[in-house]
Design a protein around this ligand. Structure first.
Ligand code: ADP
Ligand code: UDP
Length: 242
């Protein structure tokens, strides 16, 4: 069932993985999850059958869990298979990457072996700008280019660490190692809220026992069984709901 607000004239933004629609309430938006997948700064494109359904399901459960543990998020409720009702925010144009285990660009940057557990989490900040390829920045860039205030970034980094503790425990409980992931935050009348999505599109998730990759790296590296991996994460995440 498609929500009546999902229509062309309400389309505000079509991104790489989701479409954002306005609703009758100016404070609320609908995120529509697509099957489209991109990697390497949009150079590789494809679709993963039913990815949108699984990502909506995973993200809804994860945001619900975070809310229940006191994290302020944009999540209101899942409306249908591919639609999520969220609070409208002004996205802070800084992607917050949190890392627990060495992988991806960190392995290259530090010359460290993929899979090495970090003694403590790392927070990295990237300028959210597709045309520039999301370059890495730091708090000095954020101040000098007015991307956010020090107060906002203090809240965001503090929240990111709390979220990380909760997510590591949550995924650990369903046999998944949360290697690294990207968070987005936004400004709202209620203050800074965690926004966007938390799904295998923006997280590295490895099966803790077998080491099997269950995230978008399967698409990046042409490992196959794409739908099955997203489905497996969704199955495990949904199994946590009493
Ligand atoms: P992109 O635009 O980077 O290709 P998506 O396809 O995921 O990414 O599109 C979703 C867009 O909606 C992103 O730009 C994201 O920052 C933005 N967004 C996520 N949550 C909210 C929200 N609650 N309010 C406003 N914008 C949001
Ligand atoms: N990530 C993301 N969107 C981005 C950049 C990174 O979702 O634009 C996620 C990515 O999926 C991984 C983590 O952030 O889980 C760290 O990514 P990394 O810097 O290693 O970049 P990659 O090697 O994936 O390009």
């Amino acid at each position: 069932m498609t929500h009546p607000d999902i229509k062309a004239e309400n389309k505000l933004h079509e991104g790489k993985a989701k479409v954002i629609f306005s609703t009758g309430d100016p404070a609320l938006l609908i995120q529509y999850f697509k099957d489209d997948a991109t990697a390497f700064n949009g150079k590789k494109k494809g679709t993963i059958e039913d990815k949108g359904v699984f990502n909506n399901e995973i993200s809804s459960h994860v945001f619900g869990m975070l809310e229940s543990r006191g994290v302020k998020t944009h999540f209101v409720r899942r409306l249908s298979e591919r639609e999520m009702l969220v609070k409208k925010v002004e996205i802070v144009p800084v992607e917050v990457v949190v890392r627990n285990v060495v992988a991806g660009s960190l392995a290259k940057r530090m010359g460290a072996p993929t899979g090495q557990k970090l003694s403590e989490p790392i927070i990295e900040l990237y300028y959210k700008d597709d045309a520039l390829g999301d370059p890495m920045i730091n708090r000095w860039h954020i101040r000098a280019f007015s991307l956010g205030t020090d107060e906002e970034m203090d809240v965001i980094e503090k929240q990111a660490l709390i979220i990380n503790t909760l997510l590591v425990e949550f995924f650990g409980g369903i046999g998944l190692t949360l290697v690294d992931y990207k968070l987005e935050f936004g400004r709202s009348p209620e203050g800074i809220l965690l926004a966007d999505e938390i799904s295998p599109d923006g997280c590295r998730l490895w099966d803790t026992n077998s080491g099997e990759i269950l995230d978008k790296d399967r698409f990046r590296q042409d490992l196959g069984n794409l739908t099955q991996s997203y489905q497996e994460v969704s199955r495990r995440v949904s199994s946590t709901v009493k």
